[in-house]
Design a protein around this ligand. Structure first.
Ligand code: PGA
Length: 255
C-alpha cells in the first residue's frame, strides 16, 4: 500500500551549484508552474548566500526554501558557520541535516546530529535528516545497523510532539550523484526499517506523521517507480533539481 496519508514532498538540493541569476530563474519557472501546490510539498535547498534573494522570489508561492547545513549554536566563535536563526532571518523555513557530503567530505561527527536537528526545530526550521550507508557498509551487510545508528543520534532530542516537523531522507551514499539508483526492493527494505525504528522510538501515531524521502540519482524516468514504493513519501533530488526540464517532471511524477 502506498500511504498517501502523508503529503508527498519533493525536495531539490542544489549543493554548490548554479549561480545567482540561474537560481532565481529556476525558482521563477517552478513557481509559475506550481500553482497553489496544495497536493504536494516542494522545497529547494540552496546555497546560503542566495537564500535572501531566492526566498524573496519564492514569496507568495507554496515553494519552501531552506539551507543545506547549520551549526547547532545560536552564536559564538564558530568561524564560517551559520546559526539556525540566521537562516530563519533571511526567509528560510527548512534545512538539511546530516547530508552524506557533510558526513563524509566534511567529516561531521555523528554526535552533532541530534543537536543540529534540535537546534533546527527550536529555531522553527523544518529539518530533513539524512541517513544512508556507504557501498562498503552495504556490501558488509551493515545497512540496517548503520541507518539505525544514524537515526539514534539524529533523533536523540526529538520528542513525539516534534515528529510532524521532522522529515527523514534515506540516501544510500553509493547512489548519490553516481547515476546508480537503489532498486525498489532496496528502497522498500530501508524505508521499512526506518518506519519501524520511528514507531519504536516515538510511538505509532507520531511515527506515521514523519515523511521518509528517498534520495540518490532520482531522475524523471525513475521518480514514479520510486514514489510507488511503500513508505517512500517523497524524493530528495540533487543533480536533476538544477534544471526545470528535469525537476518539473519529478515534481509531477504522477501526471
Ligand atoms: P543526486 O543527489 O540526485 O545528484 O544523486 C541527491 C542528494 O545528494 O541529495
Amino acid at each position: 500500500m502506498t500511504n498517501r496519508a502523508r503529503k508527498p514532498y519533493i525536495a531539490g538540493n542544489w549543493k554548490m551549484n548554479l549561480d545567482r541569476a540561474r537560481s532565481l530563474d529556476l525558482i521563477k519557472t517552478v513557481k509559475g508552474r506550481l500553482g497553489d501546490g496544495g497536493d504536494r510539498e516542494v522545497g529547494f535547498f540552496v546555497p546560503a548566500i542566495y537564500l535572501a534573494d531566492v526566498t524573496a522570489v519564492a514569496q507568495g508561492s507554496p515553494l519552501g526554501v531552506g539551507g543545506q547545513n547549520i551549526y547547532f549554536e545560536a552564536n559564538g566563535a564558530f568561524t564560517g558557520e551559520l546559526a539556525p536563526r540566521m537562516l530563519r532571518e533571511v526567509g528560510a523555513d527548512r534545512v538539511l541535516v546530516g547530508h552524506s557530503e557533510r558526513r563524509h567530505v566534511f567529516r561531521e561527527p555523528d554526535d552533532w546530529m541530534g543537536r543540529k536537528v534540535r537546534a533546527a526545530l527550536d529555531a522553527d526550521l523544518l529539518p530533513i535528516y539524512c541517513v544512508g550507508e556507504t557501498l562498503d557498509e552495504r556490501k558488509g551487510g551493515k545497512t540496517d545497523r548503520v541507518v539505525k545508528r544514524q537515526l539514534e543520534t539524529g533523533f536523540e532530542k526529538v520528542r513525539p510532539d516534534d515528529a510532524h516537523r521532522v522529515t527523514v531522507a534515506y540516501e544510500p551514499v553509493w547512489a548519490i550523484g553516481t547515476g546508480e539508483t537503489a532498486t525498489t526492493e532496496q528502497a522498500a527494505q530501508a524505508h521499512r526499517t526506518i518506519r519501524k525504528w520511528l514507531v519504536q522510538r516515538l510511538g505509532e501515531a507520531p511515527a506515521h506523521l514523519i515523511r521518509i524521502l528517498y534520495g540518490g540519482s532520482v531522475k524523471p524516468d525513475n521518480a514514479k517507480e520510486l514514489m510507488a514504493v511503500e513508505d517512500v513519501d517523497g524524493l530528495l533530488v540533487g543533480g536533476a533539481s538544477l534544471q526545470a526540464d528535469t525537476f518539473l517532471p519529478i515534481i509531477e511524477y504522477d501526471r
